[in-house]
Design a binder for this molecule. Structure first.
Ligand SMILES: [Zn+2]
Length: 382
């Protein structure tokens, strides 16, 4: 069997991170992404993606590389209760075993980071990307911040880390967590914080002390889609990464910017995600000798989350992607319906039907101008 091109981390125990049937966040969507990815890879018969199915609960000392001891004790107490308590201002309830299930997601990110640092091949952690949790509090469905612990792990190993976040929500836990760090470049695309949780991530937030000039925030208005995201991504991300010269790249690959998402109002298409995946992968080959961790993130429409993350896994595995109108495997459709009780998509992509975009070329000029002024960089049009 040939050496696998990439490694994915998934155990069904990640499904235990479960706020109940009426909560919008569900790892079941990520489980269906894994199922689709496996179904496609098994039919292609190649060993291009290895799997790690055994992920333990992270040790307390691992969690403490980002989280405060008193917060970990608070979550541990709540985790032992039968009845739920709120872990933040209202979006993130506790549940029995929440400490262990959240800590297992953290270990998934740590194992994936360690893998890519050691083996210089892409690592994929579709269940992770819980980027809102802060050192001392839960936030936005995120109890522990797996991706921040992975960044901290990279720093501890002496590495410079580039963190790119394409979730519809600003990755506040990660950005503020490393706001002073001169060894973390943070580039975050998201729906404008004036219109969406958590209400942060503006171009003037560029970092502090050693971190000054290393945090780039790109807010987009509700209704913006590929026409807004991709030109700015192409202008900003490659030059900033080439200038920073990271040792490892971490991509938080939330899918809630996809058109039709239940919680956000952006309109990205699957093609935009695929372009970003290919770009980041080639930047990792160019700059970090292949060291790349890709996590999941938000995403509240299972049909979108499962197919987009499965396609990302195929890209990381280096196999040819299905055509957008190709049918998805019948067995996967059955699994989807058994999980969600609704009809599964028939093809890899739905017909794209978008609302008119509010985005104009003037908006791009204005946003690029703000980024150039605040970061002291130039981002010429290609
Ligand atoms: Zn999100």
């Amino acid at each position: 069997m040939p050496t696998a091109h990439a490694q994915a981390f998934w155990t069904d125990r990640f499904l235990e991170y479960d706020f109940g049937p009426f909560h919008p966040f569900s790892e079941r969507s990520r489980g269906l992404a894994v199922r689709l990815l496996k179904d496609v890879l098994s039919s292609s018969g190649s060993g291009v993606l290895a799997w790690s199915h055994s992920v333990p609960v992270a040790e307390r000392s691992t969690l403490e590389t980002f989280h405060r001891p008193e917060y970990l004790e608070f979550v541990e107490r709540a985790s032992g209760l039968e009845n739920e308590v709120l872990l933040d201002a209202g979006d993130t309830p506790s549940f029995r075993g929440c400490y262990e299930s959240a800590a297992r997601l953290v270990q998934g990110a740590v194992d994936a980071l360690d893998f890519t640092v050691e083996h210089r091949r892409p690592a994929f952690h579709p269940a992770g990307g819980l980027h809102h949790a802060h050192p001392g509090r839960a936030s936005g469905f995120c109890i522990f911040n797996d991706v921040a612990v992975a960044v901290a792990r990279g720093l501890k190993g002496g590495h410079r880390v580039a963190y790119v976040d394409i979730d519809a929500h600003h990755g506040d836990g990660v950005m503020y967590g490393f706001y002073d760090s001169g060894r973390v470049l943070d580039i975050d695309f998201h729906q404008d914080g004036r219109t969406l949780f958590p209400g942060t991530g503006f171009p003037h937030e560029v970092g502090r002390n050693d971190g000054a000039g290393l945090k780039a925030n790109i807010p987009l208005p509700p209704g913006a889609g590929d026409e807004a995201l991709l030109p700015i991504f192409r202008r900003v991300v490659p030059p900033l990464l080439r200038w920073f010269r990271p040792d490892v790249i971490v991509l938080q690959h939330g899918v809630d910017g996809h058109f039709g998402d239940e919680l956000a109002r952006l309109q990205y298409s699957p093609a935009a995600y695929a372009e970003i995946d290919h770009t980041i992968l080639s930047l990792a080959e160019e700059l970090t000798d292949g060291r790349l961790l890709v996590t999941g993130g938000g995403g509240y429409r299972p049909e979108s989350v499962s197919r987009v993350l499965a396609r990302t896994g195929l890209i990381l595995a280096g196999v040819s992607e299905p055509e957008v109108d190709a049918p998805v495997p019948a067995a996967w459709r059955d699994a989807f319906t058994a999980t969600f009780g609704s009809e599964a998509p028939r093809r890899w992509q739905d017909p794209v039907s978008l609302e008119p975009t509010p985005w104009t070329p003037d908006d791009e000029r204005s946003l690029i101008g703000q980024l150039e002024a605040k970061l002291g960089e130039r981002f010429p049009a290609p």
